[in-house]
Design a protein around this ligand. Structure first.
Ligand SMILES: [Zn+2]
Length: 90
């Protein structure tokens, strides 16, 4: 029996089990943990982790920043929020 499925707390959608890429930024480093088991709302994409998974994420982050985990380098771009006006052809 699977009792993990429940309603989303943000909308009327259903939380379903799936995989999510967890992303965190610490100063100038961005870490992505791929394929984290999570509950994802089928309507608004709200993501929820179980307590167990949150603890694992904490451990993985600590291990990574202690230099004990090898990460695959990813390209990252940083953009400051600024409305992109359609008529700003200048
Ligand atoms: Zn939702």
């Amino acid at each position: 029996m699977n009792s993990n499925a429940h309603d989303c707390c943000d909308c009327a959608g259903k939380m379903r089990e799936g995989k999510h890429d967890f992303m965190a930024r610490v100063e100038n480093e961005i870490v992505v943990i791929k394929d984290v088991p999570a509950l994802i709302c089928d309507t608004c994409d709200e993501v929820e982790y179980t307590l167990e998974v949150s603890r694992e994420i904490d451990v993985i982050m600590k291990e990574f920043f202690a230099g004990r985990l090898l990460a695959k380098p990813l390209a990252a771009g940083e953009i400051t929020f600024k409305p992109q006006r359609a008529d700003s052809t200048g």
